[in-house]
Design a protein around this ligand. Structure first.
Ligand SMILES: *[C@@H]1O[C@H](CO)[C@@H](O)[C@H](O)[C@H]1NC(C)=O
Ligand SMILES: *[C@@H]1O[C@H](CO)[C@@H](O)[C@H](O)[C@H]1NC(C)=O
Ligand SMILES: *[C@@H]1O[C@H](CO)[C@@H](O)[C@H](O)[C@H]1NC(C)=O
Ligand SMILES: *[C@@H]1O[C@H](CO)[C@@H](O)[C@H](O)[C@H]1NC(C)=O
Length: 471
């Protein structure tokens, strides 16, 4: 009953005057204030504010809400042209922030992507006002550059959860402690040392941060970025910006200092050095490198940097690699050979295309404990190749699951599948996911029959064919 009067489902936005007379009103009005403001906080902010029409006694109750969601893509106000709608949105945010009676805000989310040319001074004033009220969760998504007051932000110690998807420049003060911040997701943010231009280093210091995602961020004028996060458990960096690619190899390094890091993921062109100060605690890692330029010297440098990062991760249990230049690695086989052994690696997924068979086997020689391998799109090779290769130890002693993705049923794929079936002594499952395109030249039914009846050294091994979407 309570929910029906308040239209909690959000779609039914008809909190009309007529409804104020329903019997439920007293029931709700008699709720303790803290519960009422909690209920109102669960409503879309727009509907919470609309409760002011319920009765004169209700005029100010909405002002005690603690979570505020402002999204300019949601249908707003009365009908009208976009200019009118944009204006209504801006006035609404103004009104809510002005009348808010609660001294603190638990969550403020501002998403402005539908309209152009907002008054950015006003937007900055909103953000500052929310920061002053000790907001705990702040999410901002703007499609435009905006000025965010760095001082207010870095002094906002109430922040637990900060997501900024905004093109803004943050000037990082030398001593800053977002001392309660646990989660930080940044996209498109630029950082600058507050002592600029007298510094080429940048230190980010978050004493209790657990999760840090940093997508297309830039470190202006910094050659060394240190991320000091003793509690950090999960770190993702994506540095794939077009700008970084056009500048060629950059000279900066990113250092991560956390003795609790369990999950690390890198995505980008690996133009920078990434240094983990405590690499041995990482259990799960992923490296996606989409570097595509073919100038030999840059390529070699990128390969070297990627191998350097990979070498640091030699104690992981799960590893995913999607490296575009994998297909060139056969030429630089000594790079793979120079990698350390990944003694604890149990699961390896290679999502690159045209991985040379030699490179795949070279990698498997480095992973003696491997139990599960997923890969796709191995490049064509000569039939004699497999006969001349030493069978990696993990295949003969540990490998239980092999997953081949994007299987087209061509000759070299069949040879490789048979190679695993003939050598993996404890294999339990070979799962083959067929490529979704139909090839007229391959009769998949014949290929399937051939592999299902192929000789298997492991009596427990089964071969399964899957179609995309079932694996
Ligand atoms: C709503 O606000 C009025 C006026 O501030 C107050 O007297 C009343 O207790 C509030 N009602 C509830 C349920 O919080
Ligand atoms: C804003 O609303 C749109 C459309 O309903 C939705 O896709 C988007 O995720 C929302 N943004 C936020 C930050 O909630
Ligand atoms: C800014 O640079 C100065 C001088 O190099 C350094 O002492 C300070 O720690 C840096 N501040 C930040 C936030 O990186
Ligand atoms: C890494 O962090 C620890 C603990 O916060 C600190 O004692 C140590 O000096 C840091 N190491 C480096 C190289 O900055």
């Amino acid at each position: 009953m309570v929910t029906s009067a308040l239209t909690l489902n959000g779609k039914n936005e008809k909190l009309s005057k007529r409804q104020k007379v329903v019997d439920d009103e007293d029931l709700i009005s008699n709720l303790p204030e803290s519960i009422l403001s909690h209920i109102l906080s669960l409503l879309p902010t727009k509907d919470a504010v609309r409760t002011c029409v319920l009765s004169t006694r209700w005029i100010y109750n909405w002002t005690f809400i603690t979570t505020i969601d402002m999204n300019d893509t949601l249908p707003f106000g009365r009908r009208g042209c976009w200019k009118k709608k944009k204006e209504q949105f801006v006035n609404f945010v103004d009104k809510v922030l002005l009348h808010l009676a609660n001294p603190s805000i638990e969550r403020f989310s501002l998403s402005m992507t539908a309209y152009q040319n907002y008054d950015l001074v006003r937007v900055n004033a909103w953000i500052s006002s929310v920061l002053r009220r000790g907001v705990q969760k702040l999410h901002i998504h703007l499609s435009k550059d905006v000025f965010v007051s760095s001082r207010s932000l870095f002094n906002c110690n109430s922040l637990l959860d900060l997501k900024l998807d905004v093109r803004c420049t943050l000037r990082v003060p030398s001593s800053h402690f977002l001392s309660n911040l646990k989660l930080l997701h940044l996209c498109g943010v630029k950082f600058l040392n507050d002592s600029f231009p007298h510094s080429t280093e940048l230190v980010l210091n978050f004493p209790v941060l657990k999760e840090f995602k940093c997508i297309c961020c830039k470190w202006l004028n910094a050659q060394c970025v240190s991320i000091e996060t003793p509690q950090l458990e999960s770190f993702h960096i994506n540095s794939a910006t077009f700008e970084s690619l056009s500048n060629g190899i950059s000279k900066y390094s990113v250092k991560i200092n956390s003795s609790h890091l369990r999950k690390f993921s890198y995505s980008g062109y690996q133009l920078e050095d990434v240094i983990l100060l405590n690499p041995s605690c990482v259990l799960v890692a992923s490296i996606v490198n989409s570097f595509t330029r073919d100038e030999e010297y840059i390529m070699l440098e990128v390969q070297r940097k990627t191998c350097m990062l990979l070498a640091q991760l030699c104690e992981v249990e799960r590893l995913k690699l999607e490296i575009y230049f994998m297909k060139f690695l056969a030429r630089g086989r000594n790079l793979v050979a120079s990698l350390p052994t990944f003694d604890k690696l149990i699961h390896l997924e290679i999502d690159s295309v045209f991985t040379p068979c030699e490179t795949l086997l070279d990698l498997l020689h480095k992973t003696p404990s491997l139990e599960s391998l997923t890969f796709k799109d191995v490049a064509r090779f000569d039939k004699d190749l497999l006969a001349s290769m030493v069978v990696p130890a993990c295949i003969s002693s540990n490998l239980k699951v092999v997953k081949l993705k994007a299987f087209e049923g061509v000759e070299h794929e069949i040879w490789l599948a048979k190679f695993f079936l003939e050598n993996a002594k404890v294999l339990e499952l070979m799962a083959i996911t067929k490529y979704s395109r139909v090839f007229t030249c391959t009769d998949m039914a014949i290929v399937e029959q051939q592999l299902l009846s192929a000789s298997k050294i492991s009596s427990a091994a089964t071969v399964k064919f899957l179609t995309v979407g079932t694996d």
